[in-house]
Design a protein around this ligand. Structure first.
Ligand code: RNT
Ligand code: ZN
Length: 421
């Protein structure tokens, strides 16, 4: 898009928002404070680098599609992430899983991984002035095949996963220390059962015991923040998930942990946006896993839909951005994967920007006065305001493609790089 055109559109948009008492220049400054953590696993469909040709196996999650060009090596993954980042404005972080270490062609089992396997990533992130986030990988492993990991009744298996997760926290703390920004370590386990169990209590007691063992080692919050992620159901865990929402919310409140809200993990009409103002009264911070579920936790590419917009609005309206760690969690293998990042990340940024462009004080005034008509009218009017012009301007001042220009960039990369893999 032409610069002069973007400038002009922005000036018009600025005037239109000013009529609502919204200062767009200030919003653009605020938008820099939305730091989005890119999940590395959209590059390779959650395969990982433990062995050549590794694929996501089990855990109740699934990447479907076979679009060519998936990253098969760390070098390819880094090139893809660099490409995606070159098309995105704003500050970013990178979110890794334990299966993405540099294991040097040797099979290093999960209970043996060490910070040294992630030093390459730490250096990579340092060169780019980025923070890292981390996740234990309690799936795609023979010890996860029967559906239970940290809640396994088999002590050997349970201890294996406790050891793995402890090591992951150690790695996360090392990342946070070296990079000068705390790593959020997220625990998600697939544990659950296909059919109705009769002894849920023992399983949940075991999961609690494992978490207590894992968190017995303390790290400074300057280096590591611990978060825990619940789920409603998964493939093969349709009837009961051990780490349910009630389970983790209780644990997080009692033990001062972060709670991860993955918006694919709730009943379809349940709104994650509505949970934020409740949770933030009881826990210090939350971690978002922004995704788009289509009928189930399908992890489609994030788009600017009502669900995402409410999440962003509730955070901005509560003035809680500082307490929210924004992560993405989708993995669609049926389309250009770099394109997936750009669409998803831009949608997330746009949702936050849209929320910041709201005349919040005016709306609250209407609400407090019982002027429900004015409140609804303003909320509707805002939907047709030129927020796209504000986002284009944000892209322009950040030196990244504006409007539809990123699409061509991605097509070029597909032709010159991805199609040759
Ligand atoms: C699974 C959880 C979990 C994973 C990633 C790969 O349902 O959402 O966060 O998607 O860790
Ligand atoms: Zn998730």
């Amino acid at each position: 898009m032409k610069k002069a055109f973007i400038e002009k559109s922005y000036q018009l948009a600025k005037e239109q928002y000013a009529a609502f008492d919204v200062d767009t220049d200030n919003v653009l400054k605020q938008l820099d404070k939305v730091i989005i953590s890119l999940h590395c696993w959209q590059t390779d469909d959650v395969g990982g680098f433990e062995k050549a040709g590794a694929v996501l196996g089990g855990g109740g999650i699934q990447a479907t599609g076979n679009f060519p060009g998936k990253a098969k090596t760390i070098e390819q993954m880094r090139a893809d992430l660099d490409k995606a980042m070159s098309l995105l404005p704003g500050k970013l972080r990178l979110n890794l899983h334990a299966i993405y270490g540099e294991f040097g062609g040797k099979l290093v089992d999960r209970d043996k991984i060490e910070p040294k396997h992630f030093q390459g990533w730490i250096d990579w992130a340092k060169e780019r002035s980025m923070g890292l986030d981390f996740n234990c990988t309690c799936f795609s492993h023979p010890y996860a095949d029967d559906g239970f990991t940290l809640s396994s009744k088999n002590t050997k298996i349970r201890k294996f996963w406790v050891e793995h997760t402890k090591r992951c926290r150690e790695i996360g703390a090392e990342m946070g220390k070296q990079l000068g920004t705390p790593t959020v370590h997220n625990i998600w386990v697939p544990d659950g059962s296909k059919d109705t169990p009769v002894d849920r209590y023992t399983l949940r007691k075991l999961l609690k015991k494992s978490l207590d063992e894992i968190f017995a080692v303390e790290y400074s919050k300057k280096y590591l923040k611990d978060s825990i992620e619940s789920k409603l159901f998964g493939i093969g865990s349709e009837s009961m998930v051990v780490g349910s929402y009630d389970f983790y919310l209780g644990y997080a409140i009692q033990n001062n942990k972060l709670i991860t809200l993955d918006n694919g993990h709730y009943h379809p009409t349940e709104q994650v946006g509505d949970k934020i103002s409740s949770i933030l009264l009881y826990v210090d911070e939350i971690l978002l896993h922004l995704t788009r579920g289509v009928r189930w936790d399908s992890d489609h590419v994030l788009t600017l839909n009502d669900e995402l917009m409410l999440i962003a609005q509730e955070i901005i309206r509560a003035n809680a951005l500082k307490r929210v760690n924004v992560g993405l969690d989708f993995f669609d293998a049926s389309l250009n994967r770099i394109g997936a990042y750009v669409i998803g990340t831009r949608s997330a940024q746009m949702a936050f920007m849209y929320a910041m462009l709201e005349p919040f004080n005016t709306l609250v005034k209407f609400e407090n006065e019982g002027n429900n008509f004015e409140r609804l009218a303003f909320l509707e009017l805002l939907k047709s305001m030129p927020f796209g012009a504000v986002y284009d301007y944000y892209c322009m001042i950040n030196d990244v493609p504006t409007g539809q220009d990123y699409v061509n960039e991605i097509m070029k990369y597909e032709k010159n790089v991805l199609s040759k893999r």
